[in-house]
Write a protein of this length. Structure first.
Ligand code: NAG
Ligand code: NAG
Ligand code: NAG
Ligand code: NAG
Ligand code: NAG
Ligand code: NAG
Length: 306
């Protein structure tokens, strides 16, 4: 009986693939990338547009040919440095003062924290970065249209001596330079405190953003030292690498500030593990503060009556 049931179960059970789909589909033709690009552009206009695109006349269809031309037939590891200029200028738009957020080594967290520009703007919260965020691409010198059809074979965005300039690394490098030059008001820099050194000279932030901040427009930079609740804290505001970052900001005329384990970031992370001792402590201390404030208001009220 059991055997029969089992056989029936196996026969009627839909065939579920045994491996999870974590491999991106290997083949992507240029038309599909174009649809992805223009689709992302329309989505950005819909989701962020009302806050940042109202006085710009960016046309999604006009941006695509600029990117296609920049990438086509470019060698995989010898991508020319200024190819994206036209696109970078055409896709630039307004970002509110004091909202520029730079980062290093904390991609997933910084994207949660920025909250699609509601709190801050990372480069991937601007149209320029958004169009390429989580996208893999490169040229191919022998393809008829010059675009690689197997993005999995592209060298990616890691900067390294074995592939000094790829379609992606040159994009993020030059886009970062533009973003940093554009910054005005107080800026924030989110740094991974679970890595040592936390401030590293090989990062995009160090190479392309820090040297392009303009002290005339950026009086102050606040460093946010962050870590996942269960990860170790290997560096703090007073660690050697962060002291180096502070003094290089100071040298350019930008006043550095630094916050270890900012409370808003910690509260955001506690949403995932509210029962962790550190989170319980954090939440109960918020209660205490609220309670004190409440007591204080009552006392003030009583005195005002007297
Ligand atoms: C890279 O491209 C430039 C021209 O864009 C060329 O002069 C140079 O020789 C190339 N380098 C390598 C290593 O192929
Ligand atoms: C910091 O870096 C470590 C090591 O690369 C990584 O495991 C961790 O997820 C990072 N933390 C954050 C907040 O991104
Ligand atoms: C270009 O694409 C073809 C076809 O997929 C592939 O065989 C070739 O290796 C690629 N060339 C380069 C330089 O990546
Ligand atoms: C980066 O730091 C390492 C060691 O701290 C040093 O040897 C190297 O020259 C630095 N590179 C740059 C570009 O500053
Ligand atoms: C810095 O900003 C000021 C004020 O906008 C501008 O006049 C100056 O040219 C900028 N400097 C650089 C190096 O871009
Ligand atoms: C920042 O620079 C000023 C001079 O421009 C100097 O007096 C001060 O000590 C510096 N502070 C730090 C923390 O390096």
């Amino acid at each position: 009986m059991v055997v029969i049931l089992l056989i029936v179960f196996i026969l009627i059970h839909p065939c579920v693939p045994s491996s999870r789909c974590n491999e991106p589909r290997a083949y992507r033709d240029t038309e599909e990338w174009k649809h992805l690009f223009i689709g992302k552009c329309l989505l950005y206009r819909n989701d962020y547009g009302p806050r940042v695109l109202c006085d710009s006349n960016i046309n999604c269809n006009d941006l695509w040919p600029m990117v296609k031309t920049a990438v086509e037939s470019q060698p995989k590891c010898n991508f020319s440095m200024d190819n994206y200029e036209e696109f970078l200028i055409a896709s630039a738009h307004y970002v509110p003062e004091n909202k520029f957020l730079f980062w290093s080594g904390v991609y997933s967290l910084v994207m949660r924290y920025s909250d699609k520009g509601r709190k801050f703007y990372t480069i991937s919260d601007t149209l320029t970065g958004y169009l390429f965020d989580n996208v893999v691409w490169c040229g191919n010198t022998t393809e008829a249209d010059g675009i690689e059809k197997y993005p999995g074979t592209c060298p990616g965005f890691e900067i390294g001596p074995e592939c000094p300039s790829s379609a992606q690394s040159v994009f993020w490098a030059t886009a970062s330079q533009h973003y940093a030059r554009h910054a005005y008001g107080e800026v924030h820099v989110m740094i991974n405190a679970s890595r040592t050194p936390a401030f590293r000279n090989s990062s995009y932030f160090t190479q392309y953003e820090l040297p392009n901040l303009n002290a005339t427009k950026v009086p102050k930079a606040t460093i946010l030292m962050v870590h996942y609740i269960t990860d170790p804290v290997l560096e703090t505001c007073s660690s050697e690498s962060i002291e180096k970052l502070k003094s290089s900001l100071n040298e350019t005329g930008i006043t550095p500030y630094c916050i270890d384990n900012p409370r808003d970031v910690q509260l955001l992370l506690c949403v995932d593990i509210p029962t962790h001792p550190q989170c319980e402590q954090l939440i109960s201390s918020s209660h205490r503060e609220r309670y004190s404030l409440y007591l204080f208001s009552i006392i003030v009220f009583i005195f005002s009556l007297a």
